[in-house]
Design a protein around this ligand. Structure first.
Ligand code: URA
Length: 451
């Protein structure tokens, strides 16, 4: 068996056997298959897909590429994973809430992938927070404080770690077999026996339609069942960015505010939906509405925020940043984004012709002024475009070795459904480079669509 034959088979739309999949995962993890060969196979899988049996075999091979943790001594341990989003800071809010209710949370998260953010990059925005704890420490943390959030450390699903970074750099993210195997291999390796999946759909998600999201959810639930892990999936929209910020430290700050009770409505909906299912799975309450009430109570009484502080302290992070989020380093340039005199407001209303003459023709200028003072409603703010913009600013990676700039990103004042008037600041760009900041302002103006 050799890798060229396996690549050729998938390139020619043939089914791969369990032996071939096992060979690829084992040899790639051991460094005997080059990145360029793995990239070619991943691209072939992306284009020609895999059937259910191949996807399951891929997942099991990836899960067994390293250690599989046994957390059974801790009873019911829950894990949560999102298939990806823009502005998705749900784990940072949800995990401490659930742990504060006495339900152990053991979660291995990922880094940013494509234009979507990753919890690990966000946690690393907290000075000192160590995502690379040993497996022993991971288990000890869960035993000691009921929660641990880690990266793909040491020997847990190392095959996914390598393939994930390759996919990020080769535009091969949006694939059901690749996403399902990536997520479920990590979940199986990290040892929790109860898994809640947030399967996103829409512009900012890898699955563009609800039907595709359902297909991905079904695939992962089946794999979970085969692996003896009770798995539930919640399908959530990701058409516009989630919450008020996109960017790593900006999202940590937003998560802290949420745990203090100031949570954006769209974030709250997802947090409560997933959390109420996690509590049910853990056997701590069958009524989802009552579970939501318990979660809100632990935000009100401060227990959830305390749990976040405990988590940060336990993993070496500087808790003073959580106590006083103004300590987070700010980007060098924070520029407002206004929909104004270039006609962003009028031109969304079909006044393109008048705008083209602006600045040269006084009559036209006047017409535009009148048009542009009218109130409009934001119709669209595509999460995928926003995600790409945040990567451009340095909040994500273009090459797998790129360094993240934790402080850069975007803050939204206005989102879909909000009213805007000429000159309103709809967002702020946070950047470390003036030229990039200016370009981002112009790009974001175009991403906002009004009716
Ligand atoms: N999250 C993962 O861990 N893997 C994917 O492929 C997508 C989202």
């Amino acid at each position: 068996m050799n890798i060229q034959e396996i690549i050729a088979k998938k390139r020619d739309k043939q089914k791969l056997s369990k032996e071939e999949i096992d060979f690829f995962i084992k040899e790639y993890t051991n460094g005997n298959i080059a990145d360029y060969q793995a990239s070619a196979l991943i691209m072939a899988i992306y284009i020609n897909s895999m059937d259910e049996e191949e996807t399951t075999n891929l997942t099991i091979a990836m899960a067994h590429s390293g250690d599989i943790l046994d957390l059974s001594e801790l009873g019911n341990v829950v894990d949560k994973h999102s298939t990806g989003g823009v502005g998705d800071k749900v784990t940072l809010i949800l995990a401490p809430i659930i742990a504060s209710l006495g339900i152990p949370v053991a979660k291995m998260s990922g880094r940013g992938l494509g234009y979507t953010g990753g919890t690990i990059d966000k946690l690393e925005a907290i000075p000192g927070y160590n995502v690379n704890v040993s497996e022993k420490e991971f288990i000890e943390n869960v035993k000691k404080i009921g929660i641990s959030l880690i990266g793909q450390t040491l020997n847990l699903a190392p095959a996914d770690k390598k393939i994930y970074a390759l996919r990020d750099a080769t535009s091969t993210t949006e694939s059901i077999p690749l996403i399902a195997s990536s997520i479920m291999s990590k979940k199986i390796a990290a040892g929790a026996n109860k898994i809640v999946l947030d399967v996103t759909y829409g512009s900012g998600a890898f699955m563009k339609t609800k039907e595709r999201a359902q297909e991905l959810a079904d695939t992962m639930i089946k794999i979970g069942k085969l692996a003896g892990r009770e798995t539930v999936a919640v399908i959530t929209p990701m058409e516009e960015p989630l919450g008020r910020n996109v960017g790593n430290s900006l999202e940590v700050i937003e998560a802290v505010q949420a745990l203090k009770g100031d949570m954006a409505e769209d974030v709250k909906e997802v947090v409560l939906e997933l959390g109420s299912n996690m509590i049910k799975l853990a056997g701590k309450g069958d009524c989802l509405e009552e579970n939501k009430a318990k979660m809100l109570e632990n935000i009100r009484n401060g227990k959830a925020l305390e749990k976040l502080k405990e988590l940060v302290a336990n993993q070496g992070g500087d808790v003073s940043y959580i106590e006083d989020t103004s300590k987070f380093k700010k980007a060098k340039y924070i520029m407002p984004v206004r929909l104004e005199d270039k006609g962003e407001i009028a031109n969304r209303n079909g006044e393109q012709r008048e705008i083209q003459g602006m600045g040269k023709d006084e009559t036209k200028k006047e017409i535009i002024y009148e048009e542009s003072t009218t109130q409009r409603t934001i119709k669209e703010l595509k999460a995928e475009e926003v995600g790409k913009l945040s990567v451009f600013l340095g909040a994500g990676r273009i090459k797998k070795e790129d360094k993240i700039e934790p402080e850069v990103g975007i803050t939204f004042n206005k989102k879909v459904g909000d009213k805007v008037e000429n000159g309103d600041v709809v967002a702020y760009i946070h950047a470390n480079n003036e030229e990039k900041a200016k370009e981002a302002v112009e790009r974001l103006k175009k991403i906002y669509k009004l009716k």
